[in-house]
Design a protein around this ligand. Sequence first.
Ligand code: PMP
Length: 368
Amino acid sequence: MTSFVDAYFQRTAPHALKRSYPMVAGLHLNEMPRDIPAELKARILLRLRQVPLNRYPEPFADSLAAKLAGWYGCNHNQILVGPGSSSFIRLLLTFFGLHMQGKLVITRPSFAYYEQFCLAFGIDYDTWELTNDFQYDPGGLNGLPDYSVVFLTTPNNPTGNVLAVPQLERLLNEHARSLFLVDEAYVEFTSQNTLPLVETHDNLILLRTFSKAFGAAGLRCGALIGQAATIEAVGGLQTPWQLSPYTIEAAKMIVDYARSTNWIAERVQEVVTEREKLFERCCNLATTHFAIYPSHGNFLLFQGSSAEAHLALLAACADHHIRVEDLNKKPRLARCIRVTIGRPEENELFEHAFAAAFTQVARKPATK
Ligand code: PMP
């Protein structure tokens, strides 16, 4: 007899709940390697003591939206905030999935949550496949019907590629009656600026987050940016009181601190320098057995050229107590492993693991 869980969950939600386990280096979640500055944290903790918990917070955290507007350089009515950018991904996939007029398109390979969510909730989608070397293929959207909604990520996770701003602009013009939702979780690691396109295009929505360059994944805070009419419409779908008053106050103080110091740029630069160093060192070690993809995010993607190479790298990471993200079972990502850039000593540890895996594979002839 089919159990309740089988009937409702197993067949439709193929991804099991992942719980955490102890490790030396957690390089699997694309977090920043350092907490927010200690001085800022101390100030936040003092402020939080004054926050009344018997009261509901602001329903849509308008004071935080206004602060973020100052940081991004747009109007406060062009921003919605919510508990992580994933809350907006969920909201918009649900809305457009239920009210589909054209197609709902997600890029592949990309952030796994998009596809997992559609599968779990029975949302029909088409994929926009990246090229074999994991670049956006502008021709891939030819023939897209009007009133379609395209979700794309730039820099893309886990492939690290970007969609250049002029290419995005061309797509927005060519498909002026379709909506483009551009997930910019890692945008601070590039010099790309898509915000001016929001002024000129009512079919563009951007997603930003505190979880990456801001080093505040634990805060659970993200933002959606678009033209005022779009924000009003999407805001009507959002449940009020999504952000706790602690999150609202802390996020505002983080933005103030970022505006008055060079903290974010310095932290980003540290990660980018470490990423390039690790990329170069691993490429120098291994031109065979592994492909390493150039990245514009805070991570690198490694692809074993054989099952042995993939398994050897996973085993070496486990031996060194490093947790990495194994993507082998995801579509288009056979033998792929994503590694977040950590602190210098963590990256060095990974480099040792990589060297050990390479040495092991190099001893045997590769089989596919
Ligand atoms: N988009 C992308 C591309 C991501 O990689 C992630 C997290 N890894 C998110 C969104 C979710 O971010 P948040 O913490 O803001 O929900």
